[in-house]
Design a protein around this ligand. Structure first.
Ligand code: PLP
Length: 799
């Protein structure tokens, strides 16, 4: 049992209303940041999806009017005005979808309210027809809202145990009704389900009603009301297989629940209850003092839901719904096919026209690793297993149900599959979708070579002499040769077509036979990103970790790189703005943000395979982040730093590689992540003692004044050109490094031979997507929207 005593919310004084706009804004941004990672997580266990844009836009337009759709609006002849007319028209087309003829109903707050309404009408109408003792019967897998409704209405609830199937067995139903009649029951509310939430199966509603009809002929006194809970299947089945007769075409179905906030792409709080004409009278309350007759369960209802539902139904229409549902079912088919390909022992429950299914493993006591349960929000459920004759084979096993909702893309499915395979079946074959590949043309190779941001990828160590221990002399830029000179071409293969990115992924490496055992191996999507993995020798020398995702920009004026350690742990995000020769760099680590204004990194060819590498930086600001409660402090200032700068953290080989580094000014600052007040570098005492202004050479703005400001735990970097006073600014939440560490997926690259291209491809898709969404969070905090900056430049280029 759940411990109801465990957990509390302390009462706190009601706010005085003296939070500043900045403080409120910061809370909003914090909560948005929490949401954005939560929202895009791979949630399979729940029927949640993103509302469609038209619904969101309509809500926005109607919210300010705050109309009240209290009561029922299917009655009023030509219809009332505004959102009430929308409600009547939306229910009208749903009546058409469910083959109803004349209907009544209203927009509920969701499936639970629809079911409560159905059972309430059932109870009252049976009572009105003189039934004295009423019972509700449903299948054992029915949603708990039926239980709730029966409890609220004080009705006895009986569930049919699963003896030979997961759905209602009409013979078993007959038997139960017969024995209940013996017990003196005369009124029966039957609840069938079209789309059980934890497996997707549909009750045989035709056969159930036929059985009930036969029973009523035999027992004249029997009162029967039949409600269909189509909360989940109601907006799927009509579009995936119109032959499934779960709706009003069956004349013995009295009422139905559907839930547009599931597959109807509506925001939460949008359900629909529909019933045959004449039934609502059973629940009519004459609220004459308010001037209404109310047949609904709740009172005031926001009219904007009706507007959003109407615009969605009419703009998507049958074709739109068929396409959306079709895509989900296709992906469900792929998902199940791939699960079977990995593990043909797995037990699967599924309805072919639904996008939800349940699986049970036959290893590890049917359980997935806890991390996977949590990550994918999978809910373990015990269900029996039946043998071919429909007899129970195994009393109960743990199943997990998976919803393949519209927001679930193929990459999430493949991310799960990769982890599933790795958890239990590392030896099994790769997902079968990996197409067998041809070498592609030189043009793409060139694009990928151009796309790599790191000079080390254009300049290589001689192919046979890459081990720095055996060939230390090669590990100097003085010995580097160009890839073209060694005849070592980057080979490239198509990997697979990503539906989400709508692009082909490629993988590339000098030797495709051992894709990631090379000095450099990666996967990429043209004009979007490359994800590259360094071999162990490169990793030893690298200053930027073992793998990195590099997001392309069209004009090469800005670049974003995410760097990771060998075990996949986040190392840093680098944002470079400028051109190849000079950039303003922002490097975000977990506990540090480093700003490099006017960083000039060059490799200089001195002839005879002799390269040298220099970094000159105009101003470097190192911000150390901590969690103490102190005010920001400028700790050190160094001028003309470098030649004797401590390099104790670098190996001998790394030192050789970076012989020249020069900084005009270095500042070191300590800031608490929790610091919420205002602080500016220009006004801090320590700073004022040394400078009146901080002037440096920005790659973007030339000679510029640089200032840092903190407000609401967000760092804002302002760079103002002193010649034309133009400004650019960028805002970085102080805790963003923690978010990057927590939320970016990890790929362990310690065992390069075990890495399969398709796994790296799927990982990089997810990484690209997550990184993009975190960068959007930075935009939510104001400042430059780097991602759209990159994308605008790209679209400009493609025009
Ligand atoms: N009925 C079924 C079959 C469902 O799947 C659900 C929700 O998952 C409900 C009823 C309850 O719907 P709501 O949460 O909208 O009240």
């Amino acid at each position: 049992m759940i411990d109801l005593e465990n957990g509390w919310t302390d009462s706190v004084p009601f706010p005085d209303g003296d939070l500043t706009q900045n403080q409120i804004e910061k809370r909003i941004v914090d909560r948005l940041n929490e949401l954005s990672s939560w929202e895009d997580s791979s949630r399979f266990g729940f029927a949640m999806t993103e509302p469609c844009q038209i619904a969101i836009d309509t809500l926005r337009r109607f919210l300010p009017f705050n109309t009240n759709n209290i009561g029922v609006h299917t009655r009023f002849g030509a219809g009332q005005l505004g959102t009430r007319r929308f409600e009547k028209e939306a229910l009208g087309v749903l009546g058409g979808l469910y083959n109803a003829g004349a209907i009544d109903g209203y927009i509920t707050s969701g499936g639970t309210e629809g079911n409560l309404c159905g059972l309430r009408i059932g109870r009252n109408s049976l009572r009105k027809s003189g039934k004295k003792s009423i019972v509700v019967i449903t299948g054992e897998l029915a949603h708990h809202s039926i239980l709730k409704a029966a409890e609220i209405l004080d009705l006895e609830l009986l569930t049919l145990p699963m003896l030979d199937s997961y759905t209602i067995n009409p013979d078993q139903l007959e038997e139960l009704i017969n024995s209940e009649v013996e017990r003196g029951k005369d009124g029966f509310i039957i609840v069938s389900t079209a789309g059980y939430f934890n497996c997707g199966l549909v009750d045989p509603i035709d056969r159930v009603t036929m059985k009930l009809e036969q029973l009523q002929i035999k027992k004249i006194n029997l009162g029967i009301y039949h409600h269909v809970d189509a909360a989940y299947g109601g907006l799927i089945l009509p579009f995936s297989n119109s032959e499934v007769a779960f709706d009003f075409r069956n004349k013995n179905v009295h009422s139905m629940t559907i839930d547009p906030h599931k597959m109807g792409l509506q925001p939460y709080g949008s359900g629909v209850f529909l019933c045959r004409k004449g039934l609502l009278e059973n629940v009519a309350i004459d609220a004459h003092r308010s001037g209404v007759i109310d047949e609904t369960i709740i009172g005031s209802r926001g009219g904007f839901y009706a507007a959003a539902l109407w615009t969605t139904l009419f703009s998507l229409g049958r074709k739109g719904f068929e396409k959306m549902v079709g895509n989900c079912i296709k992906l469900t088919d792929t998902f199940i096919g791939e699960i079977r390909a990995i593990d043909n022992e797995v037990d699967i429950i599924r309805h072919p026209d639904m996008n939800v299914f349940a699986i049970s493993l036959n290893t590890n006591q049917n359980r997935l690793p806890t991390e996977m349960e949590q990550k994918y929000r999978l809910v373990p459920n015990k269900l029996p297993i039946f043998n071919q004759n429909g007899k129970i084979n195994i009393n109960s096993k743990v199943f997990y149900h998976f919803y393949v909702m519209p927001a679930i893309g193929e990459n999430k499915v493949f991310e799960f599959l990769r982890e599933f395979r790795a958890a239990f079946f590392s030896e099994s074959k790769e997902p079968s979708r990996l197409i067998d590949l041809k070498y592609s043309n030189h043009k793409i190779i060139t694009q990928i070579q151009e796309g790599t941001s790191c000079p080390r990828h254009a300049l290589v160590h001689p192919p046979t002499k890459r081990d720095p221990k055996n060939y230390p002399e090669n590990y100097s830029f003085h010995k580097f040769v160009s890839r073209f000179e060694t005849d070592e071409v980057m080979q490239i293969k198509e990997l697979y077509f990503s539906d989400r990115l709508k692009e082909m992924l490629y993988f590339y490496a000098p030797k495709l036979g051992e894709p990631f055992g090379n000095e450099l191996g990666g996967v990429g999507v043209k004009n979007r990103y490359n994800f590259e993995i360094l071999d162990k020798f490169q990793t030893e020398l690298s200053l930027i970790g073992s793998s990195h995702l590099f997001i392309h920009s069209a004009d090469r004026m800005s670049q974003i790189l995410a760097n990771f350690h060998q075990d996949g742990l986040f190392r840093s995000i680098e944002i470079k703005m400028g051109d190849d020769s000079c950039t303003d760099d922002i490097q975000i680590f977990r506990d540090e943000i480093i700003l490099k204004i006017g960083k000039n990194a060059r490799s200089i060819y001195r002839g005879n395979n002799d390269y040298s590498f220099c970094i000159d930086t105009s101003i470097e600001i190192r911000i150390h982040l901590h969690d103490n409660d102190s005010t920001p402090k400028l700790k050190t200032i160094q001028y003309n730093a470098d030649p004797f700068l401590s390099r104790s953290n670098l190996t001998k080989h790394q030192l050789k590689r970076f012989p020249n580094r020069f900084f005009e000014i270095i500042l070191e600052i300590e800031i608490s992540r929790k610091y919420e007040q205002k602080w500016t570098l220009a006004n801090s005492n320590e700073f004022a003692r040394h400078f009146s202004k901080l002037i440096g050479n920005s790659a973007l703005k030339g000679l510029s004044e640089i200032d840092l400001q903190i407000s609401g735990s967000c760092l804002s970097v302002k760079v103002t050109s002193i010649t034309d006073k133009q400004l650019y600014s960028i805002n970085i939440p102080l805790n963003v490094g923690l978010h990057f560490e927590d939320r970016l997926p990890r790929l362990d690259v310690r065992n390069l031979n075990g890495l399969k291209p398709v796994e790296v491809g799927l990982y990089s898709e997810v990484l690209y997507e997550k990184l993009s969404s975190l960068l959007k969070c930075m935009r939510n905090s104001g400042g430059v929207d780097l991602l759209s900056y990159l994308q605008t430049n790209r679209s400009r280029e493609s025009k």
